[in-house]
Design a protein around this ligand. Structure first.
Ligand SMILES: [Zn+2]
Length: 239
């Protein structure tokens, strides 16, 4: 019986490890999704800034185009000066030119302002791009770590499954069946250790005499409270 209990104990530990791997595997897709979202947000931030710069460049071009047209207008008006015949006409032309020039200098001011704004945004953008580069790199590192962990888990899974197969060949089928039934009913734990006269499955005390018997690992003893098979895990149990 001792050998059988030892086998069962090893199977139980393997099963718990497999359970852990299964839970981790369920979490991976979510973690990958989180990383993808983070990356997307970084890229969108950069994209928005670029769009803003583009729109300002467009405004600048429009204003400059307008300025050029107005300059042409001044030249044309100045050309007409030679054709005027009266002083009154001459004065009228002069004031027309002045008005255009005034409007133009305002427009030039505006162009300069837009240029300043573009400069600021570009500085901001290159800073942001650097920052985004760093965080994208970090995200990639996390992704790699996760992939390595997944590969490691796959390997551990296969190794444990193989070992489990070997153990199952050696265990008494009736005992294994009991273990499986208990495992299904009791949160995947069919066999548990005992520590300080307490069942480590349900944490209820067992009678002192039973505790003595459990420590021998000679007979199949089950917890009077939760029905799980009890196992003495040696001194490792005493901390
Ligand atoms: Zn119990």
């Amino acid at each position: 019986m001792r050998k059988q209990l030892e086998l069962l104990w090893e199977i139980q530990n393997i099963d718990l490890e497999l359970k852990g791997i299964r839970e981790e595997r369920d979490r991976y897709p979510q973690e990958i999704k989180k990383l993808d979202e983070k990356q997307k947000i970084e890229k969108e931030k950069i994209q928005k800034e670029k769009e803003k710069i583009e729109s300002l460049e467009k405004t600048r071009r429009q204003k400059e185009g307008h300025l050029n047209l107005e300059q042409e207008k001044i030249k044309r008006t100045e050309g007409r000066m030679f054709e005027v015949k009266t002083n009154k006409e001459y004065k009228a032309l002069l004031s027309e030119i002045d008005a255009i020039k005034e409007a133009n200098s305002r427009m030039e001011e505006e162009v300069l302002q837009v240029l300043d704004e573009i400069d600021e945004l570009k500085k901001d953008l290159s800073k942001r791009e650097k920052e985004a580069g760093v965080s994208v790199e970090k995200i990639e590192t996390e992704r790699k770590k996760l992939q390595e962990k997944m590969a490691h888990d796959d390997q551990a899974w296969n190794e444990q499954m193989e070992r489990r197969e070997v153990l199952i060949q050696q265990i008494d089928p009736k005992l294994f069946k009991l273990y499986n039934t208990l495992r299904e009913k009791r949160q995947e734990m069919g066999v548990v250790s005992v520590k300080n006269e307490t069942c480590q499955g349900c944490f209820v005390n067992i009678p002192p005499q039973m505790f003595i018997e459990v420590q021998k690992n000679n007979t199949l003893i089950r917890c009077p409270n939760c029905n799980r098979i009890l196992y003495w895990d040696g001194d490792r149990n005493i901390k």
